[in-house]
Design a protein around this ligand. Structure first.
Ligand code: NOJ
Length: 503
């Protein structure tokens, strides 16, 4: 889709897009011995992988699907599991559409064997899933709950048996409620709590898992949880948000060190919600706004880890408000082994007028108006389909961070087709989405990017946070009354691509 930046800008202006909230903040962002796969070899140029009809991927490429504990497991108080902030939030009337909650979700706590069968049927060799912190430490500290560890042990053993790499996320948004009661992420004590938890998990499961994701979308959960209040725990304070981001940065690095101390060979990264930020017009002000937007959207938890500093996103760095202490900039460094990218769409950025800028503390400190891309087709929930965003983001990370190893930890689309009278789910639009985003990944690999995996969000329809069960992202359809799983047409297409390592 060769559309020039000027054309984006002109049509964006014409569309009058200017959301008050930074939509782009919310994207959505050593080989495994077990899976027995080789390190991907990099192509010398694009032709190696693309001819006019076929696109191939490097040998050993990981074809995956992703899920998260709270979105699929259910079993919310079984086997000693403690309450999480999402249990509390979803049990509070009015917080979730239709008052849905994750008490049962896809019942994966009991049906994990069926889920692994889905992965096998789709020929996948990587499964990204998350561990529920309150299953391991019900109140957020102390020794591991053996029943929680046993559950994940069984899942991991079955994955290895099926020659599927476990790619395990430690935190996909379900902090134990007890830790929220002690101040939540704005309380910097959570950095060491999280490091302790990470070490326990590495000790218990690190003999079989080598690839770990510390945080899922740190910007999304701090922003939505502490600034706009739409996600658990539902707080609304710019100060809490800023402090929470600093704690998470400290936690990321502390957990990285704790896990390496336990398992020196572990590969550890974070899954960042990323979105290329494009200026709404060609004006110098909008271009500067786009750079600020990029800094907060894509680099707030990455520049800290890799370069030990905050990127230039804010008009000034409020060190006192954030609780930054002497020595913290040494502590937040962590040489991540890979960069996880969750990417769904691009983001437009514009500079606010001066009166807007002084209207709120948020605009004063972060003078950017972010909005959705206006041109591409929309998914059923209004997200712009813009495959070029994937290519642009991978290439920018590749350029700016010295060609790091990248895992595409999520990409996907909500289309709500259900089974037709024959029981078939004909979701051609999802096939097209993944085909185009994968073509963008292959293009970036062809230009030298070091990408080793693609994980579709999601393996199956599940609990979509405040949207409840109304948004279906799965490659498999889930009937939430019977819990029956049906592989959609997209899942069958993906199975073929994975088996052939090309499309
Ligand atoms: C981002 C999140 O990681 C995941 O939990 C969510 O369901 C998807 N994107 C879709 O919104």
């Amino acid at each position: 889709m060769p559309v020039t930046r000027r054309k984006f800008a002109q049509s964006a202006v014409a569309a009058g897009m200017a959301a008050a909230l930074p939509a782009g903040l919310l994207s959505g962002c050593s080989s495994s011995k077990a899976a027995g796969t080789a390190r991907p070899q990099m192509p010398s140029n694009a032709d190696q992988f693309e001819d006019s009809s076929r696109i191939s991927f490097p040998p050993g490429f990981f074809w995956g699907a992703a899920t998260a504990a709270y979105q699929i497991e259910g079993g919310w108080k079984e086997d000693g599991k403690g309450e999480s902030i999402w249990d509390r939030f979803s049990h509070t009337p009015g917080k979730i559409k239709n008052n849905d909650n994750g008490d049962t979700a896809c019942d994966s706590y009991h049906r994990w064997g069926e889920d692994i069968s889905l992965l096998r049927a789709m020929n996948l060799n990587s499964y990204r899933f998350s561990i529920s912190w309150p299953r391991i430490q019900p109140a957020g500290s102390g020794p591991a709950n053996a029943m929680g560890i046993d559950y994940y042990s069984r899942v991991i053993d079955a994955l290895l048996e099926a020659r599927i790499r476990p790619l395990v996320t430690l935190y996909h948004w379900d902090v134990p409620q007890a830790l929220e009661d002690s101040g939540g992420w704005p309380n910097r004590d959570l950095a060491s709590r999280f490091a302790d938890y990470a070490q326990l998990v590495a000790r218990a499961l690190g003999d079989r898992v080598s690839d770990w994701i510390l945080f899922n979308e740190p910007l999304a959960f701090t922003y939505r949880g502490y600034l706009d209040g739409s996600h658990a725990p539902g707080r609304k304070s710019i100060f809490d948000f800023l402090r929470a981001t600093h704690t998470v940065n400290l936690a990321q690095a502390a957990a990285f060190r704790a896990m390496k101390a336990e398992r020196s060979g572990a590969r550890i990264g974070t899954a960042f919600s990323m979105s290329p930020c494009q200026p709404l017009t060609d004006s110098a002000e909008d271009r500067a706004a786009a750079e600020r937007a990029h800094a907060i959207t894509n680099c707030w938890f990455l520049e800290t880890a890799l370069n030990g500093r905050y990127p230039r996103a804010l008009s000034f760095l409020p060190e006192t408000v954030m609780g930054i202490k002497a020595g913290d900039f040494d502590q937040i460094r962590a040489p991540l082994d890979f960069i996880g990218i969750n990417l769904y769409y691009r983001t437009m950025a514009a500079a606010p007028a001066i009166l807007e800028r002084i209207s709120t503390a948020q605009q004063w400190i972060f003078p950017v108006k972010m909005s959705a891309g206006p041109q591409g087709p929309k998914t059923d929930i209004g997200w712009e389909v813009w495959p070029d965003a994937m290519h642009e983001m991978i290439m920018r990370v590749t350029r700016e961070y010295r060609r790091p190893q990248i895992e595409i930890t999520e990409s996907g689309c909500a289309y709500n087709e259900g089974p037709d009278t024959t029981g078939t789910v004909r979701d051609r639009r999802r096939v097209e989405y993944h085909r185009q985003y994968l073509r963008a990944v292959a293009g970036a690999i062809g230009q030298g990017a070091n990408v080793r995996s693609y994980h579709a969000w999601s393996l199956m329809d599940n609990f979509e946070w405040t949207e409840g069960y109304n948004q279906r992202f799965g490659l498999a359809f889930v009937d939430f009354t019977t819990q029956q799983r049906t592989i959609k047409e997209s899942g069958r297409w993906y199975a073929k691509v994975a088996a052939e390592n090309r499309m």
